[in-house]
Design a protein around this ligand. Structure first.
Ligand code: TYM
Length: 343
């Protein structure tokens, strides 16, 4: 592959971060930083596809930045920044608006979910959202993108856009000597036992920032008592835990809690069942609550400390944005040359 391996991923600064964001994404970001150069982005341009109160948006941007750092992302070795600071994202997104087809975007399930019945009243930005996401990734020619399962379709679209761009401009690219195309076929990295953490109140629904019930999720800012209480109240069934994976079939709530336990303990669901198989939830839930508190409490404490030091968070974003722009700038210049823009 002619492209230098590089990781990119993003988190929206909307509402409070939860255990799904942490286990499905942020913890994976930390895991990848020893093997690749990584860019981790607070995607504030994406956030305003639905209305955001400006003061809250600024607060939420610092909140996600603090979560990245508290989780262990090294902002000196890697790049932590906010999307609106690097204009290449918006510029490349416009070009991709002209590459992607309406039919492709019409198939995006996340748009359908988020727009709901009131499609006529959704912002144009919400519809074009996946094109901006493709621009985030391809502005850095990123080769790997760690995400939760809900982003899979958007990453498939990113590959479709890269492929269509490389194909549409193949002749021009060849003239300029880029026979391998300008954009890589980015690989989604959707791994581990918690790629889709479900609501604690309903095993059929994803854990989400926008769920009206706060008991449906564990927030990264929840204190130990709140975490323990939410785990205790989590919906379950009356059966004991099975000893093997097969026994979780048709038991979404049990499956979810075992997956959360496995991700927190950095092990597999099989290993959790080997240890806890036969246990009733009255015994498993306290063990899960203790584990969740032991993993999340240090992140929580560090986040609070960082949030008190706004100047430091802003300096991290400042520095990261400059370094990100230095990578995206030349790539965007190449794109413009390929497209035929003068200057
Ligand atoms: P966002 O902000 O909704 O979520 C951030 C990350 O958390 C993951 N996630 C989950 N993982 C497991 N279980 C859950 N219940 C759960 N909920 C959320 C998401 O999959 C995501 O990895 N469109 C993206 C942000 C984005 C992006 C990008 C990601 C913008 N540009 C470029 C990767 C690359 C989003 O809304 O994520």
């Amino acid at each position: 592959m002619p492209f230098t391996p590089r990781v990119f991923s993003g988190v929206q600064p909307t509402g409070s971060l939860h255990l799904g964001n942490y286990l499905g994404a942020i913890r994976r970001f930390v895991a990848m930083q020893d093997s690749y150069p990584c860019l981790y982005c607070v995607v504030d341009l994406h956030a305003i596809t639905v209305w955001q109160d400006p003061t809250e948006l600024a607060k939420a941007t610092r909140h996600v930045t603090a979560a990245f750092l508290a989780a262990g992302i090294d902002a000196e070795k890697n790049i932590v920044f906010n999307q609106s600071r690097v204009s290449a994202h918006a510029e490349l997104a416009w070009i991709f608006n002209c590459v992607a087809r309406m039919g492709w975007l019409n198939r995006m399930t996340q748009f359908k979910e988020k727009a709901g019945k009131d499609r006529e009243n959704a912002s144009v930005g919400l519809f074009a959202y996946p094109n901006l996401m493709a621009a985030d990734i391809l502005a850095y020619q990123a080769t790997h993108v760690p995400v939760g399962e809900d982003q899979k379709q958007h990453l498939e679209l990113t590959r479709d856009i890269a492929q269509k761009f490389n194909f549409d401009y193949a002749e021009r690219l060849a003239e300029l000597g880029w026979t391998d195309g300008l954009f890589p076929m980015t690989e989604p990295i959707i791994q581990g036992p918690a790629t889709r953490v479900m609501s604690l109140r309903d095993g059929a629904k994803k854990m989400s920032k926008s769920d009206v019930s706060d008991n449906s999720r564990i927030n990264l800012t929840d204190d130990a008592d709140t975490i323990a209480q939410k785990v205790r109240k989590a919906k379950t069934d009356p059966e004991p835990l099975p000893s093997e994976l097969k026994g979780l079939e048709g038991r979404p709530e049990a499956d979810n809690l075992v997956g959360i336990y496995a991700a927190l303990a950095e092990t597999t669901k099989e290993a959790v069942l080997a240890e806890h198989g036969g246990a009733m939830f009255s015994a498993f839930k306290p063990a899960l609550a203790d584990l969740a508190v032991s993993v999340l409490a240090p992140v929580n404490t560090e986040m609070r400390r960082l949030l008190d030091d706004e100047a430091h968070l802003d300096a991290v974003l400042d520095n990261g944005s400059q370094r990100a722009a230095a990578i995206a700038g030349p790539i965007l210049a190449d794109v413009k040359r390929v497209v035929g823009f003068v200057g």
